[in-house]
Write a protein that binds this ligand. Structure first.
Ligand code: ZN
Ligand code: ZN
Length: 249
């Protein structure tokens, strides 16, 4: 299986990431990617860029180093009702929205019932494209029930390469989550969650190995082919499907 895009990456718009937008795009080009999503942290995270960062993305080029750019955000889930740290109007204007749980925004543990409720609510949000690093052990949820809702509402479940480094307790859960996605026809993405160009390259191979071990089908992996990605973006009503599909390039 090949990967043609990374759909969850960070830039030094937050100081705990280390490379510029230009450097990330150049690295994506060197890796042969067709597209790259920049998804810096939503404003509720400490060290996140200001809200104006997300409002001013029209200042940026659609194509950088030959890579079709998707300007998005990693929104924070703020409560078990699926509330996020962006207005819906802002999320609608972005190219790609990852929704993730981060401990500064949801302090403490969640029961499986609470985490299930949270993700079922996020599944109903029309402007969430992707579910970020949801395999974390502190927030275990009913994978079978929720991936059915994700599949129905076109939410892409990511397999997160940074989790392999920094959230290792969730690695066994990744495999259970993948199995539920496969069973329920839920689409997935392999994302590095890179905070540097080094991670943009290095975080991907372990995820590919995990899929190969499971013989996970390519048609469910949204960033395995350009056509898969374009089809997914169209399902989400994202206008960036046009330039990623090459139709206006
Ligand atoms: Zn995250
Ligand atoms: Zn991230």
């Amino acid at each position: 299986m090949q990967i043609i895009a990374d759909l969850h990456t960070h830039t030094l718009s937050a100081t705990h990431a280390f490379n510029t937008l230009d450097e990330m795009a150049a690295k994506a080009a060197a890796l042969g990617y067709a597209a790259l999503a920049i998804t810096d942290h939503g404003p509720a995270m400490p060290d996140a860029p200001h809200m104006w960062h997300f409002a001013n993305q029209t200042a940026l080029p659609l194509v950088l180093h030959g890579v079709a750019m998707m300007y998005g955000a990693e929104a924070n889930v703020m409560d078990t009702n699926g509330g996020l740290d962006f207005a819906q109007s802002r999320l609608r204007a972005l190219d790609w929205v990852v929704a993730s749980i981060h401990s500064p925004c949801i302090p403490g543990l969640l029961t499986a019932k609470e985490a299930t409720r949270l993700w079922l609510a996020v599944a109903e949000n029309p402007y969430v494209d992707c579910i970020g690093h949801s395999e974390q052990q502190n927030y275990r949820y009913d994978y079978d029930l929720v991936t059915k809702a994700f599949a129905k509402n076109h939410k892409v479940v990511e397999l997160n390469g940074n989790s392999v480094n920094v959230r290792r307790d969730g690695i066994p859960n990744m495999k259970l989550l993948l199995a539920a996605c496969l069973k329920n026809g839920c689409h997935i993405a392999l994302d590095t969650d890179a905070h540097s160009t080094t991670q943009l390259q290095g975080n991907m191979p372990p995820l590919l190995a995990m899929l190969e071990e499971m013989q996970f089908p390519q048609e469910l992996v949204v960033n395995a082919t350009r056509q898969n990605l374009v089809n997914e973006l169209k399902l989400h009503g994202r206008i960036c499907a046009e330039y990623i599909g090459g139709e206006i390039l």
